[in-house]
Write a protein of this length. Structure first.
Length: 220
């Protein structure tokens, strides 16, 4: 089993792939940012509450909020467990975007942040068990406002099986309508869905997922 220090180093090394223009992470980031911009465009006038699960250094939302026309309406809550990544996000975040160093796999991390108009679940599903993926998706209705948009990612490469089509099915069966899906064989997958069911009451103290720390994942 990896130590906490080894796990932290792995996540920071994983984020280094964003510095390579040819990497699948960089290509995925471009798509995620475009989909975030479109989601913000669809929101009605007024404040837009955004929540990012396992936000990393926040480069997806922060990269959009720098120039988007609705940036001043965004009230965001970025949740990241790794202190170094959280610090980098906090240093780059403009007013209205709060960075919390906490466990996004536990519902208590979302107290005061939900219900969200836009929920980001990026870089999560390739690093948790199939059971936890399903549990997380089923938790979205307690984290989202009615009509909210969810943007999720799942890689189609790596040592684990390609679960992208299964995730799409689990999302729609949990009360979400797919708006878009971007991806190609053996690359990234970016899904966008709108919640078409009622929100659920928030459940404090609920465990949504736990990150796996072995090399069998890394397929985010």
């Amino acid at each position: 089993m990896q130590s906490d220090e080894e796990s932290k180093n792995r996540w920071n090394q994983w984020h280094e792939a964003y510095e390579r223009p040819e990497s699948s992470l960089t290509q995925r980031l471009t798509v995620v940012r475009r989909r975030i911009g479109e989601a913000l465009d669809r929101c009605p006038p007024g404040p837009i509450r955004v929540v990012s699960m396992c936000a990393g250094d926040g480069r997806d939302l922060l990269g959009v909020s720098e120039s988007h026309g609705r940036a001043s309406d965004v009230r965001a809550w970025l949740i990241e467990l790794d202190p170094q990544l959280a610090r980098r996000a906090r240093e780059a975040a403009p007013p209205g975007i709060e960075v919390v160093c906490g466990d996004a796999g536990h519902s208590n991390a979302y107290v005061g942040a939900v219900p969200a108009d836009l929920l980001l679940c990026c870089g999560v599903f390739g690093n948790i068990s199939e059971e936890d993926i399903i549990t997380t998706i089923k938790s979205w209705p307690m984290l989202c406002d009615s009509g909210a948009t969810v943007i999720w990612t799942r890689g189609g490469h790596g040592p684990g099986p390609d679960r992208r089509d299964e995730v799409r099915s689990w999302v729609t069966s949990s009360g979400f309508e797919e708006i878009a899906f971007d991806g190609a064989p053996a690359t990234y997958g970016v899904g966008v869905a709108r919640m078409v069911r009622d929100s659920e009451p928030f459940r404090p103290g609920a465990r949504l997922f736990e990150f796996c720390t072995t090399s069998e994942t890394q397929n985010a």
